[in-house]
Ligand binder design. Structure first.
Ligand code: TRP
Length: 350
């Protein structure tokens, strides 16, 4: 039986090979990527994933973006303001340069045939494999809750998210690698057991390291340390003003000893296309206020066009939801086609 364990170095190497293939023949790839609509998108999303999606689309790949709304309830009780979060995500995608006339943006809860793949897929994995998934373990511990059936099986659900449209390239961060490995195992086992239907999708590792929140912890809406893409320049300035720094006027990059100062340097460096040490040297003995001014101006300049475009798009109340409806229609169509192939392979055509 194939095991799910896989070294990160090997994944990195395969990802580099894949990047070369994509650059050579972008038209051969269907990219499936996405996230849970749990809140406003922030700088971490932009530099971690959105920018990469725009780049891939610019190369000419077929881009599919899933808003995994069912997945929101893996570790929380309610979906919260899920519709609002979906609308806001679409506005940020479009403002960031995702070409919404070509890309398919959809919510998986609206695609019934996608979920029907879950049943045969569940038959292809063992309970032990599901319990072994390190990302699920971490999320379970962080949730402080009992393990629900959905939490245990959501990586199988994610395999359906990817395979329903035969996505063959999935840009991922390190935490999503176990899910992608499981998706590959499921595709392989399905093809072996029932007949060839699915590609084995490959992981394209995103190269941007995790971007810290303003206090140096993981950037997260719930910590209040995230700069949302949808904030105004004034809101951004106010948030950065409140960010913790320290009394040492000499600015240095030292994420362990000086998390707040270092996070501001990283934020500014990303927006300015510079690096933290260069910026720290330039600031010298300028202290926290000069650093905060630099970071505020860097973020506000970098996102000025994004925010203006976002505001324009938001003025049309039908734009975002219209786009999702069209995406859901396209996703539904392709999901039905795939499900027909699955039925044929399984001998359940009536
Ligand atoms: N699990 C992903 C996250 O938490 C979201 C997601 C759901 C996803 N389905 C997907 C990502 C399919 C890539 C492909 O961010």
């Amino acid at each position: 039986m194939t095991t799910l364990s896989d070294s990160f170095a090997a994944a990195r190497e395969r990802s580099d090979d894949l990047a070369a293939e994509v650059a050579a023949q972008p038209g051969r790839f269907r990219v499936l990527t996405g996230e849970r609509p749990t809140g406003r998108l922030h700088l971490g999303h932009y530099f971690g994933t959105i920018r990469e999606r725009v780049r891939l689309q610019g190369l000419g790949v077929d881009l599919w973006v899933i808003l995994a709304d069912y997945q929101v309830i893996t570790d929380r009780d309610t979906l919260g303001r899920v519709r609002e979060n979906v609308v806001n995500a679409v506005l940020d995608y479009a403002a960031a340069g995702i070409d919404t006339s070509r890309a398919t943006v959809f919510t998986h809860s609206a695609v019934p045939a996608l979920h029907q793949l879950m049943l045969p897929f569940l038959s292809l994995v063992t309970e032990a494999e599901l319990h072994r998934n390190p990302t699920v373990k971490t999320e379970l511990a962080a949730s402080g809750r009992a393990l629900s059936g959905l939490m245990l099986t959501y990586p199988v659900h994610q395999a359906a998210d990817i395979l329903f449209c035969k996505g063959d390239l999935v840009p991922v961060g390190k935490d999503q690698l176990p899910h992608l490995e499981l998706t590959r195992v499921i595709a392989r086992r399905f093809n072996e057991r029932f007949g060839q239907v699915f590609p084995e999708p490959r992981a394209l590792l995103t190269s941007t390291p995790e971007i810290p929140g303003l206090d140096g912890r993981k950037m997260s809406k719930s910590y209040g340390n995230a700069i949302s893409l949808s904030m105004t320049a004034d809101e951004t300035a106010a948030l950065i003003r409140r960010a913790p720094t320290d009394a040492d006027r000499r600015i240095t990059f030292d994420p362990d000893a000086r998390p707040g100062v270092s996070a501001l340097l990283t934020t500014a460096a990303l927006c300015l296309g510079s690096d933290e040490v260069t910026l720290a040297d330039k600031l010298g003995d300028g202290g926290g206020s000069a650093l905060k001014k630099l970071a505020t101006d860097a973020v506000n300049d970098f996102f000025a066009a994004h925010r203006a475009r976002r505001e324009e798009l938001a003025a049309d109340p039908d734009f975002a939801i219209g786009l999702v409806r069209e995406g859901n229609r396209r996703a539904g169509e392709i999901a039905e086609r795939t499900l027909d192939e699955v039925r044929a392979a399984m001998g359940t055509v009536y």
